[in-house]
Design a protein around this ligand. Structure first.
Ligand SMILES: [Cu+2]
Length: 260
């Protein structure tokens, strides 16, 4: 299974089909006591946010790579447009910091004006917030100003990961406020586009600095051979996005296409 991810405004991203697939997950039955499959992902992220080294540790990037892969596999399984391939689009906030064609009333809904949140695709009648409810069931964003985003480089993985996680990753989550700044951040589908961009940056960094450029275990930082919870795969299993093992015997590869 070869998956290509595109910029959200690239026609090849099949953005309308991606949206339909999101809604298919939001109505598909979820495991356990979770109402639907989409919310199961929200709950998983929320639950495992701070007790599995998913954040604030070196496995931040591998953990989210695996999380996106599993979510994307479910998107593809439940995609109602069987003739169209869907993948997680990315939002390149370096070149498109305000998501000009994303945060509109005809798409994800505005990011800036609180009173208009909930307009766009994710009206609370069709996209209620069920996990990590703080105040109300409506998706909210208050992105008053996009932070100044740092470009990250350097061949030392630990320093690169730390810097990338703080700014741009954390800074963008915080700037959105609303659900995006909570552990239940996947409630806002912006999460997937944000993390696809981060994963793309890591993939590009790996090409320059080594696919296996990842430090050994150190305290709370998992090493390449350690098991990532809740996925039960080794950290190193996601190093090479061209050769990923999703579930035996189905191998997957992920590629990022540049904008046409
Ligand atoms: Cu996260």
């Amino acid at each position: 299974m070869a998956i290509t991810r595109y910029r959200y405004d690239d026609p090849r991203a099949n953005f309308p089909s991606f949206i339909k697939a999101l809604f298919a997950l939001k109505t598909a039955p979820g495991p356990g006591d979770v109402g639907n499959l989409y919310d199961w992902y929200v709950q998983r992220h929320s639950y495992f946010a701070w007790n599995t080294h998913a954040h604030g540790a070196n496995s931040f990037l591998p953990w989210h790579r695996r999380f996106l892969m599993e979510f994307e596999a479910d998107l593809r399984t439940h995609n109602p447009d069987k003739s169209v391939e869907v993948s997680i689009p990315y939002w390149d906030w370096y070149v498109d910091p305000m998501g000009a064609e994303l945060f509109t009333v005809d798409s994800f809904g505005p990011a800036v004006e609180p009173e208009e949140n909930g307009k766009g695709f994710f009206d609370e009648n069709v996209w209620p917030i069920n996990v990590g409810v703080v105040s109300g069931r409506r998706l909210t964003r208050r992105l008053n100003k996009m932070p100044e985003l740092m470009k990250r480089s350097g061949a030392n993985y630990t320093r690169y990961r730390e810097a990338l996680e703080i700014n741009p990753h954390d800074e963008i989550h915080m700037a959105f406020k609303g659900q995006m700044m909570t552990a239940a951040s996947p409630n806002d589908p912006t999460f997937w586009l944000h993390h696809a961009q981060l994963d793309k940056l890591w993939a590009e960094w790996q090409v320059m600095n080594g696919i296996d450029n990842y430090p050994e275990r150190d305290g709370d930082n998992l090493g390449p051979g350690d098991i990532m919870k809740p996925f039960d795969v080794e950290v190193s299993s996601v190093f090479d996005i061209r050769h990923l093992t999703l579930s035996q015997p189905d191998d997957a590869s992920v590629a990022y296409a540049a904008k046409l």
